[in-house]
Write a protein that binds this ligand. Structure first.
Ligand code: CU
Length: 214
């Protein structure tokens, strides 16, 4: 008995491979549709700057000077008080203007403390030479340049962490001592720390001058 003859006509080929071809096209189409937004986001992050992709939750002003780092928090109002080099003093290293209404709830620290799992914009300034705030692994770095305000976006990890941020640009004979501790903490710990800093800053603030008698 001879084997049944294979039908290689065009119609037979279409009916044999047609469903496979359609399925392949559908799968590729779905992959393109699903991956396109991710690919575009990566492209924008790489070539157009992160500000188009990630919105920071809030800002911290970072002040560098040989060989200190100061972190300026805006307080509950979210508005930074004015600073002026003419007001820089030993107990006011960034020259925060105590007379500015927006400065009343601000505080300044030498340790960077932030909540976990959040994006923060670090606006960086230098009072003398170029410094670079960063971690030794190169996962984060932002330059502090005299006369220029530089933005750095810091994404904190999902879990608590602590360590030391260092100056990554040689900035003078004591460059190796130019570093600052950091802590990434839970929201609860951050709120408690924030409250403590606020109260400490209020306690240090001089009492308002008495109103002249009428
Ligand atoms: Cu430095």
């Amino acid at each position: 008995m001879s084997a049944p003859e294979r039908d290689d006509s065009r119609g037979a080929r279409i009916s044999r491979f047609g469903p496979v071809a359609i399925l392949t096209i559908v799968v590729i189409g779905l992959a393109v549709v699903l991956y396109y937004p991710i690919a575009m986001e990566k492209f924008m992050a790489r070539y157009s700057g992160v500000s188009h992709v990630v919105e920071p939750a809030f800002e911290i002003q970072v002040f560098a000077q040989k060989y200190d780092w100061h972190f300026h928090y805006a307080g509950p109002d979210g508005v930074f008080g004015a600073t002026s080099s003419s007001q820089v003093a030993k107990d006011n290293p960034i020259g925060l203007d105590a007379g500015d209404r927006n400065a009343q709830d601000d505080f300044v620290t030498s340790e960077l403390v932030l909540p976990c799992d959040i994006n923060i914009l670090l606006k960086t300034h230098s009072a003398d030479v170029i410094h670079t705030l960063g971690d030794v692994h190169g996962a984060f770095r932002v330059d502090a340049i005299p006369g220029v305000n530089t933005d750095g976006l810091l994404e904190t990890p999902a879990s608590p962490a602590s360590g030391t941020l260092r100056c990554l640009t040689p900035c003078g004979p004591n460059h190796k001592h130019h570093h600052a501790p950091f802590r990434f903490v839970s929201e609860t710990v951050y709120e408690s720390w924030f409250e403590t800093q606020l109260m400490a800053a209020q306690a240090k603030r001089p009492p308002p001058s008495p109103q002249p008698a009428r």
